[in-house]
Ligand binder design. Sequence first.
Ligand code: ADP
Length: 643
Amino acid sequence: MSTGGIEPQIDRPQQSLIRRIAASFRPYLSQITIVGLLILFTAGLGVVNPLMIRVIFDSALFPESGSPNLNLLWIIAGVMAGITVVTGAIGIVQTYVTNQVGQKVMRDLRDRLYRHLQTLSLGFFTGTKTGEIQSRVTNDVGGVQNVVTSTITDILSNIVILISTVIAMAILSWQLTLVAVGIVPVFAFLTRIVGEKRRAVSAEVQKSTAEMTAITQETLSISGIMLSKLFGRQKLEIERFHWENQHLSDLVVRRQMTGQSFWAVMQTFFSISPVIIYVLAGYLISGIGRDGISPGTIIAFTTLQARLYFPIGTLLQVSVELQSSMALFERIFEYLDIKADIVDDPEAVDIQPERVAGAIRFDSVRVNYVSNNEEAQESAKTGDPEPRWALDGIDFEILPGQLAAFVGPSGAGKTTISYLIPRLYDANEGRVLIDGIDVRKIKLESLSRMIGYVSQENYLFHASIRNNLLYSKPDATQDEMEAAAKAAYIHERIMEFADGYDTIVGERGYRMSGGERQRLSIARVILHQPKLLILDEATSALDSASERYVQAALEPLMKGRTTVAIAHRLSTIMAADVIFAIDRGRIVERGTHSQLLSRGGLYAQLYDEQFQGGKVECHCEDGVVFSDGTVAFAEDGRLTTSR
Ligand code: ADP
């Protein structure tokens, strides 16, 4: 990733990954220590019962004296039962504490990640799939919980179990211990082979599940389903889904089968290994006599054996889990390492909205989305062609209260200009100034308070109309809200809904028409009372009635405010104090409507092509006569057409 003004930057982590992971756990060190001690205690306690078995058999049930020692039997039975109960109770405490720690670490990471993502510039979000971001915030962080509750505790407890078991076995019989430990490599080898196979299939299952989710998300979204219906691609989409679906079900069967063979290997081993011990014990008894290897020793030993292989099996599994957990952390840290490039300068000032006059100036502004300064310098050195500049030396000044219209072909750079004012992006070169102050020296909060942006996107949350409106001013009164809605000509439409202002707006506002959505977002900006207004006018086909409504909604909003309009509406353009015609990142013409028309350049050409579609017969003082007989004239910024 590059390090320019537009692209987010990555500061390669200097600390090692493990140290960073450990740092996430540091606040909970005391709880983790408690868990560690509990694990040590219970795992150690676990070998006591198998050792007791020898005492039960050799001293209580079948003592040398002949008849069973019932007193001893009761005592040992009581101890064994007590140990089991205590271990169980400690297990409950341990689970509680580990889950608490796990959840807290997860909560902290999620918070940190979300807080950080909020500070990243628009550039990061346009360059990253939404699903990818969601997945890191929810799935990856979610996976971290496992690291604490199972991976780390599994490692610790199994190591303790392993060591204590080997010691206990050696106490019982060192000869049998040598053999039991000697067959461990065979066991490890077998479980490893089957385990690897199982993991490979599991990874494929995950990939296939993700693919299914992606297909479903893409093709069953509103836009996706529209696209497939409109292009008649349903049959193909159904086939694609079916193929992936079939693939997934085959894989799941394979996963089950490899899982089964994994358990088969484990089971076989668990059954065979005591048999080996019995045979060996037979030879030992006939060699060194019954004293060395008593029946109680054999029973206790074979009981302990399960405690030897099971932890090894688990540790082999856990080592892989640990790797994938590390990968999860790495993915989370990767996002946390992306430098927030658009942040408050230490010297940034707070400006009260009432003190803003509203002058906007661009001073030799250059913006390059793809590359950055370093690369540009590099390419200049190596003689590569210069990267393409989305804005290439933009200079202009808009006076307080003026309406400035930006026109130009698609991709000319109009939206980019509008993005620089509220610092959705920063310029790579040059300066953007509001009332003579570089926007980079104004606090972001002040900027968002003074600027209102009506974009083509008109994003509405899946919430009530009221909540959508109040987003710009949470403390607005009902009267203020209704006044804004009335000014935006949407109040009456809202009142037609049974639930009025409490009507829930559908996903991305789909239950409302394009014009209604626009008016609602205009009402939202009216409530915000910005000093500077940016309008990215929709080219999308609003019918002429909606268009007029939207226009009427905008007029009171523009009054007394500096307005930057990416203009597609004839009325906006004709009423503009100054028009800038943009082409390939440069201002090619500037002036008023009539000045630009009489020049007969880009603006005149756009104007003829875009508006009314007809050939312009006459550019009169306050209107235009088209060849089809339509007359368009602007009066107080309002467009009226007549035949
Ligand atoms: P307009 O609003 O005039 O249609 P834009 O300002 O949207 O033009 O785009 C100007 C140029 O910058 C175009 O060539 C466009 O492809 C490019 N561009 C816009 N946004 C991005 C982005 N996020 N990443 C890369 N290039 C972009």
